[in-house]
Ligand binder design. Structure first.
Ligand SMILES: Cc1ncc(COP(=O)(O)O)c(C=O)c1O
Length: 422
């Protein structure tokens, strides 16, 4: 049977046979063959589904094709794959034990480190996924206020539980009954949503900047962040910062610290343990009793190895000045990409912070040009994404950057070839 993948393998000359076989086997035993954000199904056929290994800023698929990694596992890998100090810390803890009848001493050490590192935090709780963390924040806000309603920005992603999943399948009206919506960076819309919630408002959840998948990104207006803080204080609702995607990529503290806005509660996961499974909820002292009053737990939430990895990750972020490195390499990538697009007369939008950029083409509503660009870049060895923001890791070297720019130029050439004027 000839399918899309065989065609892709023939076209780009890169081997795909193991990936193809695994996809066939997966279709028989995994719903949809794959699910969730890492499904390669909606991506161009040049993308591998299954990966073999990674080190630093490079990853290798199951067929042995190597890529410079601009997705970083969709966010968790911040220092590069298999960072030596992080892996050593996790392995040393795992050698003692990982999943036990109680947490290791590392739980207290990590909580102390987070409280010392993140300005608004007086305490920390741990879980496994970002969705756990955002959901726990909402539960604590409700326990603290005794009120049911939560406001979120329209289109924002806060996880995959029924209250926030972007897909309607399996979700009931009751799952969303206590939610209201506002528009990011629009304080009037927040005021209107607060008025609609009336005396029922428990909290407002917000991302550090607008990073909705498939759309140009939008940095936060500091006046919006400050206004949100004031409104929450005024009506006695919790300000919940969803730092799951941005946390420890933009700042070694919560992401609104540089603009002087501190949330009451914040949700973390992805980068805090450089790829080891961990999430955290951080909060101010005023919310400590409510946090202690709720019952949340999970079989693997107290496993010690990921906590040891998180301690080492935060240490390495500091020692290697990793945030500045990502910012610098991201700025150089942005400059290189803008130059390439301009040289070819292509009208692009390159949005978001340098370390978490996203590229679209003007008027490319269905992402056809974006997909052409991404497919060519992947073929040329840069793993980026047509409908999701990219992530720069602190492991990116000069050689990696040069390889990415060679690949993105291939991407722009492919787009130019597709345009009618060509
Ligand atoms: C901003 C934000 N919040 C929450 C989540 C959910 O995290 P997880 O997929 O670990 O449950 C994500 C995941 O992409 C995210 O980007």
């Amino acid at each position: 049977m000839t399918d899309q993948l065989t065609v892709a393998a023939a076209r780009d000359g890169r081997p795909r046979s193991t990936d193809e076989q695994l996809r066939r086997r997966a279709r028989a035993v995994i719903p949809g063959g794959m699910y969730g954000h890492q499904s390669a199904g909606p991506l161009p056929p040049e993308y591998p589904q299954f990966m073999r290994s990674g080190r630093g800023a490079r990853v290798v698929d199951v067929d042995g094709n190597e890529y410079v990694d601009l997705m970083c596992s969709y966010g968790p890998v911040v220092l590069g794959h298999r960072h030596p100090a992080v892996e050593a810390a996790a392995a040393a803890q795992a050698e003692l034990a990982d999943c036990q009848n109680g947490p290791g001493a590392v739980m207290v050490e990590l909580a102390e480190l987070l409280v010392a590192t993140v300005q608004h935090a007086d305490w920390a709780m741990f879980a496994k996924n970002g969705t756990d963390a955002t959901t726990i924040c909402c539960t604590i806000a409700r326990a603290h206020t005794g009120r049911p309603k939560i406001l979120a920005a329209t289109g924002a992603y806060h996880g995959a539980a029924p209250w926030c999943t972007p897909r309607p399948a399996g979700v009931t009206a009751a799952d969303r009954a206590n939610l209201g919506y506002y528009t990011f960076n629009d304080l009037d819309s927040v005021r209107a949503a607060i008025a609609a919630a009336g005396p029922d408002l428990a909290g407002i959840v917000v991302s550090p900047f607008k990073h909705d998948a498939g759309f140009d990104q939008e940095l936060v207006d500091p006046a919006f962040a400050r206004g949100l803080r004031e409104l929450c204080t005024e009506v006695g609702a919790a300000l919940i910062l969803d730092d799951v995607r941005c946390g420890f990529r933009l700042h070694l503290g919560s992401s609104w610290e540089p603009i002087g806005v501190l949330p009451d509660l914040s949700a973390w996961s992805k980068a805090i343990a450089n790829g080891h499974p961990l999430a955290a909820v951080l909060g101010s002292g005023a919310f400590a009793d409510a946090a202690a009053s709720i019952f949340v737990t999970g079989s693997f939430w107290f496993s010690a190895a990921a906590m040891a990895a998180a301690i080492a990750t935060i240490g390495a972020l500091r020692d290697e000045d990793a945030i500045a490195v990502m910012d610098r390499m991201g700025a150089r990538l942005r400059a290189g990409i803008l130059d390439q697009a301009a040289a070819r007369g292509l009208d692009i939008r390159y949005t978001g912070p340098p370390a978490m950029p996203y590229l679209t083409f003007a008027g490319d509503r269905g992402h056809e040009l974006g997909s052409t660009f991404a497919a060519a870049a992947v073929r040329a060895g840069a793993y980026l994404h047509p409908r999701h923001n990219w992530f720069i890791s602190a492991a990116m070297t000069e050689a990696d950057l040069a390889a990415v720019l060679t690949a993105t130029d291939e991407g722009f050439a492919a787009v130019q070839n597709r345009l009618p004027s060509h």
